[in-house]
Ligand binder design. Structure first.
Ligand code: CP3
Length: 341
């Protein structure tokens, strides 16, 4: 069995005792670091960077070297799964992801297939293998994927959106088609996560970034149902579910076969603990905007967060990804406050 020197995050996820609270930061790889922008410039584009294993590995390690976080997260994107299913994406400067082809009808399903990670996503698996070698057992590596519902949103809508009304339209107008697509995504995601684990990922997180656009009943039908299949299929490593905005689904998610539930900053900590129950680890949940404050404010807010969560069954993080214009020293302050608490 693999020995990891600092396994605080894995122990916290499994509900074992820890001597201090572990921390990592969503979107820690990339965005905020000048050393990231240098490598990205060298790569020429986000997609070149993400598909070149040596460079993806390099930017994965950067926040580990700079901040001493308790886990690395593999540098990639949730949108590599639709691409592997036959829907390629473009990453437009300032605008974000765009899909030239989308799924709007049964006909469109003919253009997609189940992902074959060993073939279509070999570049991610290779990056994981390089990172594992470089980490040399120092800290765990987190693998990830989008939750099926969030991936469905991009495959139907074709780009980011405030409302995802095209994606929601299909839920009402053609629920069967939506379910067929969600099942294809789920099956692709399970094989992809298992491939990441085989390559060396020590924990996996599902990002349900657009959970907040659904009603509670729709969320059970179109999201939880599929996350449950993934949780039940993955028993090799701990699984974290992060559903942004799904405050209404906390109790239901607490019943799934996962180890950790991620909270955003809208979710009250004590209330979340009550809803989720004692047998899950919680992760989160500082408002990323706190990091625009001065160092004293960051320390005060972070300490307040720690006091509310307590030391056990907890992995500290922000309540969503760190914003691109946050100064790295502010992130360092957040991390140091946690690690010295
Ligand atoms: O966490 C990490 O540091 C690992 C890398 C990572 C990226 N994307 C790299 C990235 C992770 C975990 C993601 C997840 C992701 N991607 C999510 C879920 C998390 C969340 O924020 O809710 C979503 C919704 C996406 C889709 C996506 N990718 C969008 C909307 C965008 C454009 C805007 C943005 O977030 O920057 C991306 C691009 C992207 N993914 C960048 C990075 C570093 C920026 C691209 C660049 O360098 O130009």
């Amino acid at each position: 069995m693999e020995i990891i020197q600092n396994d605080l995050i894995l122990r916290a996820a499994r509900g074992e005792q820890v001597e201090r609270v572990p921390v990592w930061v969503m979107r820690q790889a990339g965005r905020i670091l000048p050393e990231y922008r240098e490598v990205r410039a060298k790569a020429g584009s986000f997609i070149n960077l993400a598909t070149t294993p040596e460079l993806a590995a390099e930017v994965t390690i950067q926040p580990v070297d700079r901040f001493g976080v308790d886990a690395a997260i593999i540098f990639s994107d949730i949108l590599v799964v639709p691409e592997a299913m036959g829907l390629p994406y473009l990453m437009e400067e300032q605008k974000g992801p765009v899909f030239p082809n989308v799924i709007r009808s049964k006909e469109d399903l003919k253009n997609i297939r189940l992902a074959n990670p060993e073939e279509d996503l070999a570049y991610v698996l290779d990056a994981i293998k390089i990172v594992k070698k470089e980490l040399n057992g120092k800290i765990p590596l987190i693998g990830f994927a989008g939750a099926p519902f969030t991936i469905y949103c991009y495959m139907v809508e074709g780009k980011g959106s405030k409302t995802f009304s095209q994606a929601k339209k299909m839920l009402y107008a053609e629920p069967e088609l939506a379910h067929t697509l969600l099942q294809l995504i789920t099956d692709s995601t399970i094989t992809y996560l298992k491939a990441q684990i085989a390559a060396g990922a020590n924990l996996v997180q599902l990002f349900d970034s657009w959970a907040g656009i659904l009603s509670p009943a729709q969320y059970s039908e179109f999201s939880t149902k599929y996350m449950q299949q993934i949780c039940d299929a993955i028993d090799e490593v701990p699984v974290t579910l992060f559903a942004k905005g799904a405050y209404f689904a906390r109790e239901e998610m607490g019943k799934l076969n996962c180890q950790t539930i991620g909270l955003d900053w809208n979710m009250d900590i004590a209330e979340s603990r009550k809803l989720v129950g004692p047998n899950k680890t919680l992760q989160g949940n500082l408002d990323p905007c706190v990091l625009y404050g001065d160092f004293a404010t960051i320390k005060k807010e972070t300490t307040h967060m720690l006091e509310q969560f307590g030391k056990q069954r907890y992995i500290a993080n922000l309540g969503h990804g760190v914003y691109p214009d946050i100064h790295p020293d502010k992130v360092a302050c957040f991390i140091d406050t946690i690690q010295s608490w």
